[in-house]
Design a protein around this ligand. Sequence first.
Ligand code: HEC
Length: 89
Amino acid sequence: MKRGVLLTLAVALAAAAPPPPGALVCSGCHAATADPGFPPIAGRAAAELEAELLAYRAGTRPATVMDRLTRGFSPGELTSIAAYWAAQK
Ligand code: HEC
């Protein structure tokens, strides 16, 4: 019995791709139930999310916190984070 439970757990963990570094801090503000000031990001098109994140980083999109936050990441890291959130529900 115990081995069966462990196997199920291992399969479940393998099925979920590990989030890229930094991707989990986003959910603190962008949870599905968050208030309208924090738009949901899960399941949105990856290219759209990436473009917004890069614009925040470049300072070309108005922001209160996202400009500072995205500057902590390289453009490549933001691409990975955008892909991760696009794949979430
Ligand atoms: C401290 C709270 C906070 C955290 C953490 C945070 N965000 Fe945001 N996010 C905001 C706010 C507030 C806005 C609205 C723009 C602004 O004021 O900076 C926003 C806007 C956005 C938008 C634009 C949404 C739209 O439709 O206009 C995207 C995309 C986004 N955030 C992605 C992310 C990602 C990816 C992360 C994790 C790396 C993240 N955010 C972490 C607060 C946060």
